[in-house]
Every structure is written in C-alpha cells, then in structure tokens.
Design a protein around this ligand. Structure first.
Ligand SMILES: CC(C)(COP(=O)(O)OP(=O)(O)OC[C@H]1O[C@@H](n2cnc3c(N)ncnc32)[C@H](O)[C@@H]1OP(=O)(O)O)[C@@H](O)C(=O)NCCC(=O)NCCS
Length: 163
C-alpha cells in the first residue's frame, strides 16, 4: 500500500507544477508557514503579497490531485530581487521539490534582475545546502536578525549571469 497522508495524495508518487499563487491558496500556504517557521508570518501578510506589484508569489501544487505542497515569495525590484520566503510542507520535503521551486524562481528572474539576495538562519543547514548548491554564496552576517528564537542571519547572494 502506498503511504497515505490522509489527504488522498501519496507524497512519494505525486507530480508537481509551479504556478502563481491565488487568493484561495492563502490559508493552505499559511498552514505550511505555521508548520515550518518558529516565527511565522500572519495570514494577512500572504493576502498582502498577492496585491503587492513587486511580489512574486509562487505555489508548488501536486498533480493529479491538487494540494499545496510549498510556496515562495520573492520581491522583484530591478536590478535586484530578494527571496523572502520559501518552504515545502514537511511530508513533501526531501524529494527535490525545494530545488524545483528555487529553480523556477531563478528562471522567472532571468533577464529581469542581475542579483538575488536572501537571509537564512545560521543553523538552517538544509536551506544553506540548497542555496549553495544553486550557486548562492555567503555575502555577510546580520547579527540578531531573527526572533523566536533569536539568531543571526547569513546573507546569501547570487549573480544571475554566474548561474
Ligand atoms: C529548505 C527547504 C525549502 C528544502 O526543500 P526540500 O524539498 O526538502 O529540498 P530538496 O529535496 O529539493 O533538496 C534540495 C537540497 O536541499 C538540501 N537538503 C535537503 N534536505 C536536506 C537535509 N535533510 N540535510 C541537509 N541538506 C538537505 C540539499 O542540498 C538538497 O540537495 P541534494 O538532494 O542534491 O543533496 C525545506 O527543507 C523547507 O521548507 N524547510 C523549512 C523552511 C525553511 O527553512 N525555508 C528556508 C528559509 S531561508
């Protein structure tokens, strides 16, 4: 029997598409935010990201049964972009979906911005490994950048023409 998530989608056999977020996605996105971050954004912030003209809000969705498996939010203000948030729901992690989503974000930025920045908790080995393998390099440290728990952030940087 395939492993079931109780949602009717076996995470080991689902396919995924990456698409722009819609209003109806926000509560599922917020559930992932609550599951994956110790200092989560409020639901209202996700509604706001849908209307900010410079925000690129992408969804990773399972197929053939539609479930929200992850999301990313990037502020695109040429000549730079900043990835503010990227997360994959726990049951879908470790299957290449985070990399697929990050690649989609970077592909969407090609020709539009020269540089991409992001911050990451210094203890977040998974995310750091993903970013470094995508070509990002460490550009500095922001002391006490995070709350709950307090932690420094590494600033990571990618020049898109170096990809
Ligand atoms: C970081 C995150 C998006 C990665 O998504 P994912 O779907 O699990 O990652 P993938 O399966 O695509 O793996 C991509 C890379 O991430 C890294 N990675 C994934 N799981 C890892 C683990 N358990 N330990 C170390 N590195 C890991 C590896 O570099 C991996 O590449 P590889 O498979 O070639 O070794 C996901 O773990 C997540 O949502 N974490 C919580 C939210 C978060 O911390 N977001 C980042 C905020 S800055």
């Amino acid at each position: 029997m395939p492993k079931s998530t109780g949602t009717g989608v076996d995470p080991m056999s689902a396919d995924f598409i990456i698409r722009p977020a819609r209003e109806l996605d926000t509560s599922a996105v917020h559930s992932i935010e609550l599951e994956q971050f110790s200092h989560p954004w409020p639901l209202q912030q996700f509604h706001r990201e849908l209307i900010l003209p410079f925000s690129r809000f992408l969804i990773a969705e399972t197929l053939p049964v539609s479930r929200i498996a992850g999301f990313s939010i990037t502020w695109v203000i040429p000549p730079t972009a900043e990835i503010h948030n990227i997360a994959i729901k726990g049951e879908y992690q470790g299957r290449g979906l985070g990399r697929k989503l990050l690649t989609a974000v970077l592909d969407s930025l090609a020709g539009e911005v020269d540089e991409v920045y992001l911050e990451v908790r210094t203890s977040n080995r998974k995310a750091i490994s993903l970013y470094e393998s995508a070509g990002f390099s460490c550009a500095g440290l922001r002391k006490d950048y995070y709350e709950n728990p307090p932690e420094d952030a590494w600033v990571y940087h990618l020049r898109l023409d170096q990809k």
